[in-house]
Design a binder for this molecule. Structure first.
Ligand code: GLU
Length: 420
């Protein structure tokens, strides 16, 4: 188990415990939410291109389904561990509750690196995993989606495998969201997480009197979430001055074209080589950039007590899940840096997943304008409910988001009761 995943799980649990005692959460609701409802761990063999067989380890953690079917991504990465998916599954329960979606929380994945395998092997691994999951997923029961290391192609394979095994009804396509549009995905799903993060940022900027035109921003992670956030911010007139990803760190005070960089990354799978003259070796230069906004869109635990002091941004937006450790958060808040927390900032992805699910169940296709309008509406409502709680109770936006989510879950548990 990697240290980072343990930290993520502990961080999520700490924040949950802290809020539970702050809101005096009902004891039985507290006990139920402190553990996932189910933890599935499976080993399955897959034939490699050379004829040999390799055994893979897959997970699906179903944290809670009080509000609706379990919902959450499938992460394919060598870092995947039980603790990591447990922490991420709890975040999904809170995220869906905060977004007021009729969905619960789950997360899963396979511990392996898709980049080490051919497309044919990745396809067989995904299909064999879906077979091994069997009826543990389903359009009214548990609905996976893309996450780190997966994309629409992987979701199409999951849907096709499930459909061939069990699909009898049109709405069975809704077993998974984040599919390609051709296979029943929603327009606007791929950009939803990144755009959603910027819609929150826009609200913050408006309320803080911070103009976007001419503002400088830095982005950590330039995959699906980071690139879409950068493209949207660029469209709004802000300037990208620093980017870091798993391949390099790029700093250019005059501005980096997000559009050109996004095209480059599509081809080269990383930012390295885009502007070699502006690459720097010392990542501390990235963290200490004098920018208005810092968007964290890579992975968990990247801002720690070791680099939090360097950060000079006015606002941090958590496009990734759990990018700031609890210790780092205390340092940042002390410095007056505000943080739009993950369960709010990156909820755009699961919101449009919900739209996809609704469209599939009704055999509908919504336009890009409809999806974007509804996404904005839901996000802005969630953003303002968080800001209102934060203001009234004098707590951080993260604490306010947890308060709102936990109180919603508590209300439903108390109304429904725990049976038998
Ligand atoms: N993996 C994304 C997240 O962490 C999306 C989940 C979904 O769409 O179900 O929010």
């Amino acid at each position: 188990m990697s240290d980072s995943s343990t930290k993520l799980y502990e961080g999520v649990c700490d924040r949950f415990e802290q809020t539970a005692s702050y809101v005096n959460l009902d004891a039985k609701v507290h006990a139920i939410l402190s553990q996932p409802k189910a933890e599935l761990m499976i080993h399955f063999p897959v034939k490699m291109d050379d004829g040999s067989y390799q055994l893979f380890k897959g997970y699906r953690i179903q944290h809670n389904n009080l509000l609706g079917p379990y919902k959450g991504g499938m992460r394919f990465s060598p870092e995947v561990s039980l603790d990591e998916v447990k922490g991420l599954a709890m975040l999904m329960t809170l995220k869906c509750a905060l977004a007021k979606l009729p969905l619960g929380g789950a997360k899963g994945g396979i511990k392996y690196n898709p980049d080490d395998h051919s497309p044919e092997e990745n396809q067989r691994i995904t299909r064999r995993f879906t077979l091994a999951l069997g009826h543990n997923i389903g359009p009214s029961y548990d609905i996976p989606a893309p996450d780190m290391g997966t994309n629409a192609q992987y979701m199409d394979w999951i849907m096709d495998t499930y459909h061939n095994l069990y699909g009898r009804k049109v709405e069975d396509k809704a077993v998974v969201t984040g599919k390609s549009v051709a296979c029943g995905g929603s327009v606007g799903r791929a950009s939803a997480t990144g755009f959603g993060a910027v819609y929150c940022l826009e609200e913050w900027a408006r309320e803080s009197g911070q103009p976007l035109v001419g503002a400088k921003f830095a982005i950590q992670g330039f995959g699906n979430v980071g690139s879409h956030a950068a493209l949207k911010l660029e469209e709004l007139g802000a300037t990208l001055v620093a980017v870091n990803d798993h391949t390099a760190t790029l700093i250019h005070p005059e501005g980096i074209s997000a559009k050109a960089l996004a095209e480059y990354v599509q081809q080269h799978r990383g930012i390295k080589g885009f502007q070699p003259d502006h690459e720097v070796d010392d990542i501390r230069q990235f963290w200490s950039q004098d920018v208005e906004f810092l968007v964290l869109a890579a992975m968990e635990n990247v801002v720690t007590k070791n680099n939090a002091d360097l950060i000079r941004a006015k606002l941090i937006v958590e496009g990734a899940n759990g990018p700031v450790t609890t210790k780092a958060e205390a340092i940042l808040l002390d410095k007056g840096i505000q943080i739009i927390p993950d369960i709010l900032a990156n909820m755009g992805g699961v919101i449009v997943s919900y739209f996809e699910w609704v469209q599939n169940r009704n055999s509908e296709y919504w336009s890009a304008v409809t999806v974007d309008t509804k996404l904005r509406e839901k996000l802005i409502a969630a953003y303002h409910s968080v800001v209102e709680i934060a203001g009234k109770q004098n707590v951080s936006m993260r604490q306010a988001a947890y308060v709102e989510a936990l109180q919603h879950l508590e209300e439903v548990y108390l109304k429904r009761g725990v049976w038998p």
